[in-house]
Design a protein. Structure first.
Length: 141
């Protein structure tokens, strides 16, 4: 049996990351048929939307979706968020937003010697039960 995987490389570093992820999976020799979907910010600039109207039918024809980073400064965040990212996740009931990370032997961690005071970014967190958004520093492992 061959498994169909829809590739959504996305924008920015997304295509680079997805290309390497695909190479890693290809090495396993699994029976996978890849279908690259050119949706994202470039698609929005050409068509005025993040993905085609029949996107759901296209994605559902596959057993899995591998998504890269989506978003570009030239496209307002709400368009990429509601026009692709959340639309796909919510409509298809996708809950895994996994960013695996592990240290490799012999490669030093870039966070060694750094503490919370070194974090220069802040995140916004929505408290569903409280119905409000609050500022909170990003956590570092």
């Amino acid at each position: 049996m061959t498994y169909g995987v829809a590739l959504l490389p996305g924008d920015g570093v997304g295509p680079e990351v997805i290309a390497e992820a695909r190479r890693a999976v290809d090495v396993l020799g699994l029976p996978i048929e890849w279908t690259e979907l050119p949706w994202g910010s470039a698609y929005w600039h050409e068509h005025g939307r993040m993905m085609p109207e029949d996107w759901e039918e296209t994605v559902r024809a596959h057993q899995a979706v591998l998504m890269g980073a989506v978003g570009d400064p030239s496209v307002p965040d709400h368009l990429s968020l509601w026009g692709l990212i959340l639309l796909i996740r919510q409509r298809l009931d996708l809950w895994a937003n996994v960013r695996p990370a592990r240290l490799l032997e012999g490669i030093p961690c870039p966070l060694v010697g750094r503490g919370p005071e070194d974090a220069d970014r802040r995140g916004k967190r929505f408290h569903a039960r409280k119905g409000r958004i609050s500022q909170s520093p990003l956590a570092r492992a």
